[in-house]
Ligand binder design. Sequence first.
Ligand code: GAL
Length: 427
Amino acid sequence: MRRRWMAAVAVSVASLLTLTACGGDAKESGGGEAAHKKVEVFSWWTGPGEADGLKAMREIFAKQNPDFEFFDAAVAGGSGDQARALLSSKLQANQPPDTFQGHAGAELQGYIEGGKLESLNFLYDELKLKDAFPQQLIDQISVQGQIYSVPVNIHRSNVLWYNPSVLKEAGVDGAPATIDEFVADLEKVKKTGKIPLSIGSQWTVVHLLESVLLGSLGTDAYNQLWAPNADWSSAEVTKALENFKAILSYAGTPQEDWQPAAKQVADGEAAFNIMGDWAYGYFHNPPEGGLGKESHKDFDWAASPGTDGTFMWLSDSFTLPKGAPNRDGAIAWLKVAASKEGQDAFNPLKGSIPARTDADKSLYQDYLSWSLEEWSKDKLAGSIQHGVVANDAWRSAINDAVGLFQQSQDGAKLQEALVSAAKNNNQ
Ligand code: GAL
């Protein structure tokens, strides 16, 4: 496993380390006396909708920790593909930030097995966190009884966002429940001249793929794909990839990232977008950070087609890297991220629900109350793109396969590439 993790980070360290994080030169935090007080927090929450949640948690941190200065080392780019590449290089070069955001599940397990993280059992004991988080989540961030991160939220990946007026204009009566209905509705929208399905950069297409795999295969078969020696060459996967191809044929011009693609729906240029519920924060937050749109009118949502009753989840989780220059500062940040106050400030703006089970439910309204309810009763499936089921090397092989498919449109080649990605990364 260690070897696999190393392979995933075999990028040009020198070139990546010259990338500048959004808060300035990340190296500053290792500098002189005053600089020691800085706490370098690494994430990719810079964009509209995403930065609002981080800001709310940062304000609490500032109030509780006058001796520390929050240093925003966020690297722009939805889903953190850019950020993760830089982070891997920094960890390889033993220049970790004080704390970084990763995804619970296989992605974090990679860092753990690579020996890059400190165990946080001491913090879990001190703050009684084992009682605060669901056991299933703790299992995803543990190895051999040691817990390695603080989950701040639960996001849902399998959400179909849509514009009710565009659907009406196309004669589509509400959100499609199945993949076949979805394809029929996309065709109806196409006839109106509007964009049937908006997409963003390549990772958003992988995000679409995970919902289509889940909706086509069903939850149990989807979950089986991540077991050792799973069969990616089956006729069921072939059919799922045919569905993916059919759906993708209705996509508009790829936008730069997830926000402009989501905005096409909110603006009534596009009918549908399949995206995680960070899109809710973006649609709903007031205009300084979001679009200030009204739910059920300017935008609406449903489980992505064929996935009702299953919550495809992911969780943003903060860590304590070994050798963090400001270890005390990092622990102070983790305490805020772990707290009820921190989570209840962060999540309503981020479009996610709290990882803690004792949060103030009255703060989670509208889409968020739906999400809380679904989380409490749905079956679970893990996200591919957002680190739950596939480690970084596997996820990046899936990304490459999807990128090539976007050029070639060759479904058989896509399946072959997915078969090898599984073979190379999950034996
Ligand atoms: C995910 C992350 C979310 C959100 C999204 C879009 O990977 O877990 O918090 O930031 O990317 O950037």
